[in-house]
Design a protein around this ligand. Structure first.
Ligand SMILES: [Mg+2]
Length: 295
């Protein structure tokens, strides 16, 4: 088993979260904190806790770190203003150019299955996809309409994420897109790498594993995958389902779920992760949100 993470004592400061309404003391940077800052328990009514928690997290037991991307390692704006528009604007071009490839046939099959389910459930924006015999143009038209609706609704579904990953791959390969991470992420990854848990840092995002590898393999700081052990996506389960974190624990292979530190900016994800563990170690912290991303 690797060395314990060299984390500082638990901070009493909550970090600013763009997705949660509560705020607390001024955001701490990873540099200033020397590692990860762990928020004390928060109140879901948005108010700060009146007193420090009775017990502080036992960070010395942490053997593995699992990182969310959107809002945690990377600005939400990178996803909403760069990645999503790029995929949306290139759906038709991508499908037209790759329609007959095995990969795109698989993508279309997944989308068809999702659309059929959406139609049965009355999901807004879902439109029938004609059979292949109707011709490429009609099929692509219907797929584009469905994918645009899925993107607009920010659906966290495998069929969409897989297609987006393939579209983004082209963007990264031709350098029209660069992965954006907060400026304290690379030094944090390097520090963990050097600390002896270099094989124990993972990514868990609803974006496909391929997309995750593209983002971290093509950041403005270079290829950060050398600091990462692996990637989890929605195929292991949704991020708000405790079972997903149980599966991650089983895959990571540490003795107890409490030895895994999951960093996210979404309260429901932290709650789900907590439900999968025991009650000894924190499962939630946020990386600094106000760091200046290098573009
Ligand atoms: Mg997030």
């Amino acid at each position: 088993m690797g060395m314990a993470l060299p984390l500082p004592p638990a901070s009493q400061g909550l970090l600013r979260s763009r997705r949660m309404s509560f705020l607390a003391s001024p955001p701490l940077s990873l540099k200033a904190a020397g590692g990860i800052s762990i928020p004390c328990p928060w109140r879901l009514d948005g108010r700060r806790p009146r007193a420090a928690p009775a017990s502080v997290p036992r960070l010395a037991s942490v053997r593995s770190v699992v990182l969310d991307i959107e809002g945690t390692t990377s600005p939400i704006s990178f996803v909403t203003d760069v990645l999503f528009p790029y995929a949306r604007d290139n759906v038709r071009t991508h499908l037209d150019a790759t329609y007959s490839t095995r990969e795109t046939k698989d993508d279309i099959a997944l989308l068809r299955a999702q659309v059929e389910q959406d139609l049965a459930e009355g999901v807004p924006g879902a439109v029938p996809v004609p059979p292949d015999g109707a011709g490429k143009d009609r099929v692509v038209d219907a797929l584009v309409a469905n994918v645009e609706a899925m993107i607009a609704a920010d659906r966290k579904i495998t069929s969409l994420k897989q297609l987006q990953g393939h579209i983004w791959r082209t963007g990264f390969e031709c350098q029209e897109i660069k992965g954006v991470v907060f400026d304290d992420v690379p030094p944090a990854l390097e520090r963990w790498h050097a600390s002896g848990i270099k094989s124990q840092t993972y990514i868990y995002s609803s974006g496909s594993r391929e997309a995750q590898r593209l983002i971290f393999g093509n950041t403005t700081y270079g290829d950060l995958r050398r600091h990462l052990c692996g990637f989890f996506d929605a195929t292991i389960g949704t991020k708000r389902d405790a079972r997903s974190y149980y599966e991650i624990w089983q895959t990571v292979g540490v003795d107890r779920p409490s030895q895994i530190l999951f960093l996210t900016d979404v309260c429901q994800e932290a709650t789900a992760a907590q439900a999968a563990g025991d009650h000894l170690t924190p499962r939630f912290a946020s990386l600094k949100k106000n760091a200046t991303p290098r573009r």
